[in-house]
Design a protein around this ligand. Structure first.
Ligand code: GDP
Ligand code: MG
Length: 441
């Protein structure tokens, strides 16, 4: 995935204050290779890289995020943008029935989708009906009937034994049936061919004209990679569509087709299919797809939370203090409260790439313990928080009694605090944090 490539580049960005041109170029190169490997169409890759570079170069120094996180954030936002931004909902008619027509190559997954869509719509309180307009393949009608039965929705099909019927005629009659039986949504399944061909396009255009659909969904197999772009372009010009459904995403984790199709046709992706069963289907969310392509879902969550919870100025001030060894227990308490705002500590640590060993060490750092620490610090006077060195034996006893803990707990906290302060000061020196290398421990 993109994340494998990015991880190594991002490692070099750790501890840097600002992104250099060289850093940005190196990152862009890796993204480019990753996207091409994921079968994203070249023009789409170019546009994407250009956007990411431009934004990275103009990026302000962030106080909540480190440079590596900043790059991930930009890449992610551009990915979401290229995938369509907001989640797009189905367009339904003001006066039912709404008509949804499916188009696409043979084997793309239209008939399967008809069933999935029907089941999903039913779950949303609609009363869909399926219409079988694929009269080309011998078993196509039966297949739709089977799918409809599984989804628990009726299927309108031509009377058997009348020879090969006219799909446009069936489509029209299907709509009439929907009106008569008061179905609020009609899903029209159509025929496809193995390749793009004129007759198929003409038939699709005729059906479209006859049923005046509210949505024409172009169904495309995500596994066909680069070909998805050509097919999409052909359908876009030949029939026209209002939305895209990606199928067989279970077979293609890279998501290249998703990126290309949306960018090349300008039409949004509405749904995604990821398996043969009726349940293997979901509304398409650009942000989720982006995080899947990026492969850094947890890191993204962390970035989001960091931005929300962190008061940048406070963090900056604390960082300086930490680095210079002047951190007080008051700062410590503030930082802890800010951190806890972001959620349970264990979850936060789990999101950090490579936090494996640290997680074990901190497994006993449970929430109850944090509550106790909070209570102890609150039981101290401002002077004690400011300069923990003055906390002598009698003060420790008073604090312990005041906050309902044992004296050994207070000792523990104070000792650990001194240790932590020393460690932070050393770390700051090593990673070049502001105020780093202080010796005032
Ligand atoms: P149509 O010709 O466009 O109507 O395509 P079908 O609905 O008949 O599907 C073609 C084949 O793809 C069938 O074997 C389906 O079971 C399979 N299929 C459809 N959607 C998916 C999917 O999302 N994932 C997987 N793995 N298979 C799918
Ligand atoms: Mg079919």
């Amino acid at each position: 995935t993109l994340s494998d490539r990015l991880t190594s580049v991002l490692q070099n960005l750790r501890g840097k204050g600002r992104l250099s041109e060289a850093d940005i170029d190196a990152t862009a190169r890796e993204i480019r290779v990753a996207l091409l490997e994921a079968d994203v169409a070249l023009p789409v890759v170019r546009t994407f890289i250009a956007k990411v570079k431009e934004r990275a170069k103009g990026a302000e120094v962030s106080q909540a995020l480190n440079p590596a996180q900043q790059v991930v954030k930009i890449v992610n936002e551009e990915l979401v943008g290229i995938l369509g931004g907001e989640t797009r909902r189905l367009n339904l008619a003001k006066n039912p029935p709404s008509v949804i027509m499916l188009a696409g190559l043979q084997g793309a997954g239209k008939t399967t989708l008809a069933g999935k869509l029907a089941k999903w719509l039913k779950g949303q309180g609609h009363t869909p009906i399926l219409v079988a307009c694929d009269l080309q393949r011998p078993n196509a009608v039966t297949q739709l009937q089977v799918v409809g039965e599984r989804a628990g929705v009726p299927v309108f099909a031509p009377e058997p034994g009348n020879g090969v019927g006219d799909p446009v005629d069936v489509a029209r009659k299907g709509i009439e049936e929907a009106k008569r039986a008061q179905h609020d949504i009609v899903v029209v399944d159509t025929a496809g061919r193995l390749g793009v061909d004129e007759e198929m396009m003409r038939q699709a255009v005729d059906i479209r004209a006859a049923v005046q659909p509210d949505e024409v969904l172009f169904v495309v197999d995500a596994m066909i990679g680069q070909d998805a772009v050509n097919t999409a372009t052909a359908f876009s010009e030949g029939v026209g569509f209002t939305g895209v459904v990606l199928t067989k995403l279970d077979g293609d984790a890279r998501g290249g087709a998703a990126l290309s199709v949306r960018e090349v046709t300008g039409q949004p992706i509405l749904f995604a299919s990821n398996g043969e069963k009726l349940e293997d289907f979901d509304v398409f969310h650009p942000d989720r797809m982006a995080s899947r392509i990026l492969g850094m879902g947890d890191m993204l969550t962390l970035i989001e939370q960091a931005e929300q919870a962190f008061d940048a100025d406070q963090a900056e001030a604390a960082a300086v203090k930490m680095g210079s060894g002047q951190l007080t227990l008051e700062d410590f308490l503030e930082q802890m409260l800010a951190l806890r705002k972001m959620g349970p500590i264990a979850n936060l640590l789990g999101m950090l790439p490579g936090a494996g060993q640290m997680k074990d060490q901190l497994a006993n750092l449970d929430e109850k313990h944090l509550d106790r620490v909070q209570a102890i610090i609150r039981g101290m006077t401002p002077a004690e928080r400011d300069d923990p060195k003055i906390i002598n034996a009698s003060r420790r006893l008073r604090i312990a009694n005041g906050s309902g803990v044992r004296v050994s707990d207070v000792n523990d906290l104070v000792n650990r605090f001194f240790e932590a302060r020393k460690m932070m000061s050393q770390m700051a020196g090593r990673f070049g944090l502001p105020g780093g290398g202080g010796k005032n421990n």
